[in-house]
Ligand binder design. Structure first.
Ligand SMILES: Nc1nc2c(c(=O)[nH]1)N[C@H]1C(S)=C(S)[C@@H](COP(=O)(O)OP(=O)(O)OC[C@H]3O[C@@H](n4cnc5c(=O)[nH]c(N)nc54)[C@H](O)[C@@H]3O)O[C@H]1N2
Ligand SMILES: Nc1nc2c(c(=O)[nH]1)N[C@H]1C(S)=C(S)[C@@H](COP(=O)(O)OP(=O)(O)OC[C@H]3O[C@@H](n4cnc5c(=O)[nH]c(N)nc54)[C@H](O)[C@@H]3O)O[C@H]1N2
Ligand SMILES: [Mo]
Length: 686
C-alpha cells in the first residue's frame, strides 16, 4: 500500500527556462495535485497551466504502459504487447545484423529535451558512442542563439534575471514569457510595481506584449536593424558609458563609424516602426544603465538569427548596463553551471575516427537520402517527437514510413512518432524516476526523487539504455555506476560554481543556488571572448564568413526574396502556444480543449483580401507543403505577417498535416540551427 503523502518536492522536467520547483501530492498511488513551490526563489509558487494538470499527463489514457511491437503498416499505430526481455533481445539482434552489414553508423539515435533531467538527457550518449553509432547534432533549439551570444560575450550566461527587479527599463525582446517562461512575468510585475517601464519587442501582440507598457511590433527578422538604429542614437547623442567601453569592450570606434548608416529614418521602413518610436526607445535605453534586456530564443529561429543575438548582446555594453546591479541582459543561464558534462556524455567511449554527425534538423533528409553511405537503417528515438517537431515534416514522415527502417521509440505517450515505430518502449515520467536538473533561465540546481512507482512496465531512459548496453556488451562499467552514483560524481567533478553542492543537501532542500556572487554581473569588467572584452568587433564572426561588426542581414526567405515572395507573399512565424510545450501536452484532451484549435492568425486586411472570416478553415501553403488551420482574424498581427502558434500532433489537426509541413530544414547563419520562423506562405480559404 502506498501511504498518503503530501508536500513532496519535485521538479518540472520540461524544456523550459523556468525549471520550476514543484510541490506534488500523491494519494493512493496516484498523482493528485501539482503546484509551484512558494519557497523556491525563481518559481515563487507560480507554475504554468500545463504542469498544473500534470496528473492528467502522468495518468493519461494515451500513456504507454508496456512494450509494444508493430503488427500493422508503418504509421497505422497497430501494436501487440511484447515483453521487455523480448523487446531488448529483438533490438540487439537487429542492431548486430545492421552493424555486420552496414556498420554501426547505420544506427542513428535521435533525442532531444523531452526531459531536461541530466541523467535522462544524457542516458543514451555512452551507449551509442560505445557502439560507434552516428552522432546527432542536437541543434534544434538553442544552437544558433548560443553561437551568436558567444560571439559577443564569449559565454552563454548573463545578469541574473532576478536583478531586473529594480531596473528602470525592462525589455522583453523576442520572448513570450507569459507562455514560455511564466516566472519571468512574476519578476516583470515586481519590476513594474517599482516603476520600471516595460517594452516588448515582438512581431505580434502576445499576452506578454499586452502586459507591457509599450509594444514594438517589429517585422520578423529585422531586430538587428532595430538594435543598430538604437546604437546609432546612443552614439550620436553621446548616451554611452565611455569608462565601461574603455575597460570592457573591443572595437568601439569601428562600431561607432559603422552605425552611422543605421539612422532611424533609414531603419524605420525595414523594421516597420516610426522613426520617432525608435528614437524614443533609444533615448529611454540610453538614459540609464539600469536597463535589463531579457532576450528570447525566438529571435534566433531565423536565417539571420545568430547575427541578431550577437547584435542584441552588444547593447548593454554601450551603456555599461552589464555592470549595473539591476541592468544587463540575459539570453540563457545555461553556461553559468560549471558542470563537467563528459561525466555523463562519455566522449571518451567514441571510436577513432569518430563516427559521422547528422544534424537533427536534417532528419528528413537523413532517412530518405538513398546516397547516404551507410544509409540510416535503424532509428532509436527517445525524449523527442520528431514527426511533429522537425522542420519539413513531409520528408520526415516519408522516411519514418520506410518499411526497412528499424525504428524504436521510447516514449511516455503514444505520439505521432511512436505510431511509426517497429517497437515502442514505455518510458517513466519525472514523477517516477530520479534526476538532477539545471536550468537555462535561473541559477539553481535541483534534485527530483521519484514520488510514484513506474506506471505499468515503464522504465527510464537510464534503465533502458543500461539494458541495451548490456545486451550489446558495451559501456557496461558506465551504467554500473547507477543513477545516484553518477549524480554524485557529476556534482563532485564540476567547477567551483557547483562543487560545493552535495547530494545530501539536495535530498534535504530539493534545490541549491550555484555559487556565484550577488549581484551576478559576469560581464561587468570584460568577457571570456578571445580578447577578454565584449566584442563589438569579432574576428570569429569574420571567420564564419559573416560581417565582423553587427550588421542587418535580410532573411534568405523573407520579403526581400522577390522570387519566392511573388508566390508566397506573407511571412509566417511559428512560435509556442500557451497550453502545449513543443508537441508535449498535445496528448491531453483537456489542454487541447483549452487551446481550442490549431489556428493561423491573420491581420484583417490580409483576411479581407482573401475573403477569409474569423473562424474559417484556411489552407496555409509554403514552398514545402500545405496544412489546414482555423483562421483567427486579429489586429494582434500586422498585415503581411501570419502567426501559427504551437505544435499540434498532426493526427489531431484537420487534414493530418502539422505546422512543420510548412517549415524548412534550411540552417541559420550560425550554429546550424533551424530557421523555423523564416517562412514565406500564401493563405487560401479552404
Ligand atoms: N507554453 C510553452 N512554453 C514553452 C514552449 C512551448 O512550446 N510552449 N517551448 C519551450 C522551449 S523548447 C523553448 S526553447 C522556450 C522558447 O522560449 P522563447 O525564448 O521565449 O522563445 P519563443 O517563445 O520560441 O519565441 C518568443 C517570441 O519570439 C517572437 N519572435 C519570432 N520572430 C521574431 C522576430 O523576428 N523578432 C522578435 N523580436 N521576436 C520574434 C515570437 O513571436 C514569440 O512571441 O520556451 C519553452 N516554453
Ligand atoms: N513549428 C515549430 N517547431 C518547433 C518549435 C517551434 O517553436 N515551432 N520549437 C523547436 C524547439 S525550441 C524545440 S526544443 C523542439 C522540441 O522538440 P522535442 O524535444 O521533440 O519536444 P516535444 O515535442 O516536447 O517532445 C518530447 C517528447 O519526449 C517525451 N518524453 C518526455 N520525457 C521523457 C523521458 O524521460 N524519456 C523518454 N523516452 N521520453 C520522454 C515526451 O512525451 C514528448 O513526446 O521543437 C522544435 N520545433
Ligand atoms: Mo526549445
Amino acid at each position: 500500500m502506498i501511504p498518503l503523502l503530501t508536500h513532496m518536492l519535485s521538479v518540472c522536467p520540461h524544456d523550459c527556462p523556468s525549471c520550476c520547483s514543484l510541490v506534488v501530492t500523491v494519494e493512493g498511488g496516484r498523482l493528485t495535485s501539482v503546484t509551484g513551490n512558494p519557497d523556491h526563489p525563481f518559481t515563487q509558487g507560480v507554475i504554468c497551466g500545463k504542469v498544473r494538470e500534470y496528473a492528467e499527463r502522468v495518468h493519461s489514457p494515451l500513456r504507454i504502459r508496456q512494450p509494444l511491437r508493430r503488427v500493422g503498416p508503418k504509421g497505422a499505430g497497430e501494436f501487440a504487447p511484447i515483453s521487455w526481455d523480448a523487446a531488448i533481445e529483438t533490438i540487439a539482434v537487429r542492431w548486430r545484423a545492421i552493424i555486420g552489414t552496414d556498420g554501426a553508423e547505420a544506427i542513428l539515435p535521435f533525442s532531444y529535451a523531452g526531459s531536461m533531467g541530466q541523467i535522462q538527457y544524457f542516458a543514451g550518449h555512452p551507449l551509442f558512442h560505445a557502439l560507434g553509432a552516428s552522432r546527432l547534432d542536437r541543434s534544434i533549439c538553442v544552437s544558433t542563439a548560443y553561437a551568436g551570444w558567444r560571439a559577443t560575450v564569449g559565454a552563454v550566461t548573463g545578469n541574473d534575471s532576478e536583478q531586473m527587479v529594480g531596473a528602470d527599463l525592462v525589455v522583453l525582446w523576442g520572448v513570450n514569457a507569459s507562455y514560455s517562461t511564466i516566472n519571468v512575468m512574476t519578476l516583470v510585475k515586481q519590476a513594474r510595481a517599482r516603476g520600471a517601464h516595460v517594452v516588448a519587442v515582438d512581431p505580434y501582440r502576445t499576452p506578454t506584449a499586452q502586459g507591457a507598457d509599450e509594444h514594438l511590433m517589429v517585422r520578423p527578422g529585422t531586430d538587428a536593424a532595430l538594435a543598430l538604429a538604437v546604437m546609432h542614437v546612443l552614439v550620436a547623442e553621446e548616451l554611452v558609458d565611455r569608462d565601461y567601453i574603455e575597460r570592457a569592450t573591443l572595437g568601439y570606434d569601428r562600431l561607432a563609424a559603422h552605425v552611422r548608416a543605421y539612422a532611424p529614418d533609414a531603419v524605420a521602413p525595414i523594421v516597420g516602426l516610426d522613426a520617432e518610436t525608435i528614437v524614443r526607445f533609444a533615448r529611454r535605453y540610453g538614459a540609464t544603465p539600469r536597463t535589463f534586456i531579457r532576450v528570447g530564443i525566438g529571435i534566433s529561429r531565423h536565417d539571420n538569427g545568430g547575427m541578431t543575438c550577437r547584435t542584441l548582446a552588444c547593447l548593454p555594453a554601450l551603456t555599461g548596463a552589464y555592470a549595473d546591479p539591476h541592468g544587463g541582459a540575459l539570453l540563457s543561464t545555461g553556461g553559468a553551471f560549471g558542470f563537467d558534462y563528459a561525466v555523463l556524455e562519455r566522449p571518451d567511449l567514441l571510436p577513432a575516427p569518430a563516427p559521422r554527425t547528422i544534424n537533427m534538423i536534417h532528419l528528413g533528409r537523413a532517412v530518405t537520402d538513398g546516397a547516404l553511405a551507410p544509409p540510416v537503417r535503424s532509428l532509436y528515438v527517445y525524449s523527442s517527437n520528431p514527426a511533429a517537431v522537425c522542420p519539413d515534416q513531409t520528408l520526415v514522415l516519408r522516411g519514418l514510413a520506410r518499411e526497412d527502417l528499424f525504428t524504436v521509440v521510447h516514449e511516455q505517450v503514444m505520439t505521432d512518432t511512436a505510431r511509426y515505430a517497429d517497437l515502442v518502449l514505455p518510458a517513466t515520467t519525472s514523477m517516477e524516476h530520479l534526476d538532477l536538473y539545471r536550468s537555462f533561465g535561473q541559477l539553481t540546481v535541483q534534485l527530483a526523487q521519484p514520488v510514484l512507482p513506474p506506471q505499468g512496465e515503464a522504465k527510464s531512459n537510464w534503465e533502458t539504455c543500461r539494458l541495451l548496453a548490456r545486451a550489446m556488451g558495451v559501456a557496461e562499467a558506465h551504467y554500473a555506476k547507477g543513477d545516484e552514483g553518477l549524480i554524485r560524481e557529476f556534482l563532485a567533478k564540476g567547477d567551483a560554481t557547483v562543487r560545493g553542492i552535495t547530494w545530501e543537501q539536495l535530498v534535504r532542500d530539493g534545490w541549491a543556488r550555484i555559487d556565484l556572487p550577488r549581484p551576478y554581473r559576469p560581464f561587468a569588467d570584460g568577457a571570456p571572448t578571445p580578447s577578454g572584452k565584449v566584442e563589438f568587433y569579432s574576428a570569429w564572426m569574420e571567420r564564419q564568413g559573416l560581417p565582423a561588426l553587427p550588421t542587418y542581414v535580410p532573411l534568405a526567405e523573407g520579403p526581400d526574396n522577390r522570387e519566392v515572395a511573388a508566390r508566397f507573399p506573407l511571412q509566417c512565424i511559428v512560435p509556442p502556444n500557451r497550453f502545449f510545450l513543443n508537441s508535449s501536452f498535445s496528448q491531453s484532451e483537456l489542454l487541447r480543449r483549452r487551446q481550442g484549435a490549431a489556428t493561423a492568425m491573420l491581420a484583417p486586411a490580409d483576411a479581407a483580401a482573401r475573403d477569409i472570416r474569423d473562424g474559417d478553415a484556411v489552407r496555409v501553403e509554403s514552398p514545402r507543403g500545405a496544412a489546414r488551420f482555423t483562421a483567427q482574424v486579429t489586429d494582434a498581427t500586422r498585415p503581411g505577417v501570419v502567426v501559427i502558434e504551437g505544435i499540434w500532433w498532426h493526427r489531431f489537426q484537420p487534414g493530418g498535416h502539422g505546422v512543420n509541413v510548412l517549415t524548412s530544414d534550411r540552417t541559420t547563419d550560425l550554429g546550424d540551427g533551424p530557421a523555423f520562423h523564416s517562412n514565406l506562405v500564401q493563405v487560401y480559404k479552404a
